[in-house]
Design a protein around this ligand. Structure first.
Ligand SMILES: Cc1cc2nc3c(=O)[nH]c(=O)nc-3n(C[C@H](O)[C@H](O)[C@H](O)COP(=O)(O)OP(=O)(O)OC[C@H]3O[C@@H](n4cnc5c(N)ncnc54)[C@H](O)[C@@H]3O)c2cc1C
Length: 475
């Protein structure tokens, strides 16, 4: 006697029917179309022998699913067919890209983007089973392979969604780049290339390790300043402190460079490969990956001695390392620094001793100034934007007293220097950041919401009048 009826013979219907049948249930499958298969049907639609997918054509998760492993489809006569080329992507001008089953073959045909393709998809394809296992579970579950998944999250979200956009139309976005003889990629966002605001947004997302979103918003009506930058992350500690924070001190003497001495604070996901900073012990985090990206806020390319150090410390070969160089005097540089408004809040929260494990998510905004052609002024404006125009909401867990104390102590108004042009403060401090009250390095206005109690505390306030005075001339 039939005890179950499955309506539809698509992959889900057939899988349900097989599962029921395997459990001893008598099943009938109803299909209204002439053929079985639903979205997986294929047919010779144009030329004899040329099989087209009517619907879905690419099933990367099917073979690695728990269902496929549990059911002996082969004995039942199901044969997986593998096309020689998985798919192609036609481009303008008669060009195109083809995805072969081999990562190496695909990379070989991608020209100068080939090494990057290999860096990204080589490790992912080797661990595909573990990643697929996580994907094919209910959304809310504890990952059995958290490292592989986190790597997939960071690496996939980063180069695929962010770097690929940079490559595809780098020139259109005002970016550029070149390769060192050993394959190290030097991405240019504002050095020889113009470095647009769009390039700055991408650099900011690279800095966040692909774990945060950065966008622009019109704000003239509410604030009198036309363009605001928004940044948000649901993994703010890892995104901001583990990746975006400019904490890796890179210095080379005149003797080492054979010319001018070099100094930069490296930021971005490759920091977690080297884990040179004590912060990583506190975060109990270190990455291991076959590729790395580091962002340098400087007005010239790093000398070879620094590149060699980075390769050594990150354990990478030349083609596995990408360095993005972006001076603050460019639109890209200014944009990516202002995008640190959330990171500045996280850093101060950490300095104040707030437990980082209790920070759940964060969102922040700041007005985007025009970059100044003068380096000190450009740097000053990015700081003004955050210290006097920055607004942040941190969502935390824990007790209310700690959340309230964080809101009270976080805003930049707690510093005695609040209200002065940062460039002037910097010059008065002998160009030494460490002589400026650390309490100043924070957004101006703060909301702290405690998920455990539902309470939100607010403190501080932006000073748009000050920013207008510092940044605006009446036309
Ligand atoms: C254009 C397109 C491209 C896609 N590409 C991909 C891809 O490359 N890779 C991928 O993984 N997924 C892809 N998908 C998604 C994939 O096709 C679906 O997720 C999958 O087919 C869903 O399976 P299903 O069994 O739930 O439904 P379907 O495959 O849609 O099957 C439903 C079946 O039910 C039948 N039916 C409907 N109503 C009745 C009724 N009242 N009585 C009897 N029978 C009925 C239909 O005729 C059909 O055979 C694509 C989808 C589309 C539309």
């Amino acid at each position: 006697m039939i005890t179950a009826v499955v309506v539809g013979s698509g992959p889900n219907g057939l899988a349900a029917a097989l599962t029921l049948a395997a459990a001893g249930v008598s099943v009938r499958v109803l299909e209204s179309a002439d053929e079985l298969g639903g979205g997986t049907r294929s047919a010779e639609l144009t030329l004899p022998g040329l099989v087209h997918d009517r619907c879905s054509g690419f099933h990367p998760l099917a073979l690695d699913s728990a269902f496929a492993a549990a059911v002996d489809l082969r004995t039942a006569g199901v044969v997986w067919r593998w096309p020689e080329v998985q798919f192609t992507h036609p481009l303008d001008g008669g060009r195109g890209a083809a995805l072969w089953r081999s990562v190496a073959q695909t990379a070989a045909e991608l020209g100068r983007d080939g090494p990057a393709w290999r860096r990204l998809f080589g490790p992912l394809s080797q661990r595909f089973g573990a990643i697929a296992e996580e994907f094919l579970q209910p959304v809310l579950h504890l990952p059995r392979h958290p490292v592989a998944l986190a790597r997939f999250g960071a690496a996939a979200a980063l180069p695929a969604a962010v770097l690929a956009r940079v490559w595809r139309d780098a020139e259109a976005r005002g970016g550029g780049g070149r390769h060192e003889a050993d394959g190290v990629c030097i991405g240019d966002a504002g050095l020889a290339a113009p470095g647009s605001g769009q390039a700055g947004l991408l650099v900011a997302e690279i800095c966040l390790g692909g774990l945060g979103r950065v966008s622009l918003r019109a704000g003239a009506a509410a604030s009198g300043w036309p363009t605001w930058l928004d940044v948000a992350s649901d993994q703010p500690v890892l995104a901001c402190l583990g990746s975006q924070y400019a904490g890796w001190s890179l210095a080379a003497s005149k003797e080492e460079t054979g010319g001018r001495k070099f100094f930069s604070l490296g930021s971005g996901p490759a920091r977690a490969l080297a884990a040179k900073e004590t912060l990583y012990e506190e975060l109990a985090y270190r990455d291991s990956a076959d590729s790395g990206v580091l962002v340098l806020e400087v007005d010239r390319e790093p000398p070879r001695v620094i590149i060699d150090k980075l390769l050594r410390d990150c354990g990478l070969q030349g083609p596995q390392l990408t360095l993005v160089v972006t001076p603050t005097t460019s639109l890209a540089g200014t944009t990516q620094v202002v995008a640190r408004v959330l990171e500045v809040a996280l850093h101060k929260a950490h300095e104040l001793g707030f437990p980082l494990k209790d920070v759940v998510s964060g969102a922040a905004s700041a007005p985007l100034p025009a970059p100044s052609p003068d380096g000190v002024q450009a740097m000053g404006r990015t700081n003004d934007a955050i210290l006097y125009g920055g607004q942040v909401q941190l969502v935390v867990r824990g007790d209310d007293a700690a959340a309230r104390e964080l809101a009270r102590r976080l805003p930049s108004r707690n510093a005695k220097e609040f209200g002065q042009s940062f460039a002037e403060l910097f010059v008065a401090a002998g160009c030494d950041f460490y002589k400026i009250d650390p309490a100043l390095f924070a957004p101006a206005e703060v909301w702290v919401s405690n998920l455990d109690s539902g309470s939100t505390w607010h403190a501080g306030a932006v000073d748009m009048a000050l920013l207008h005075k510092l940044w605006l001339q009446q036309a």
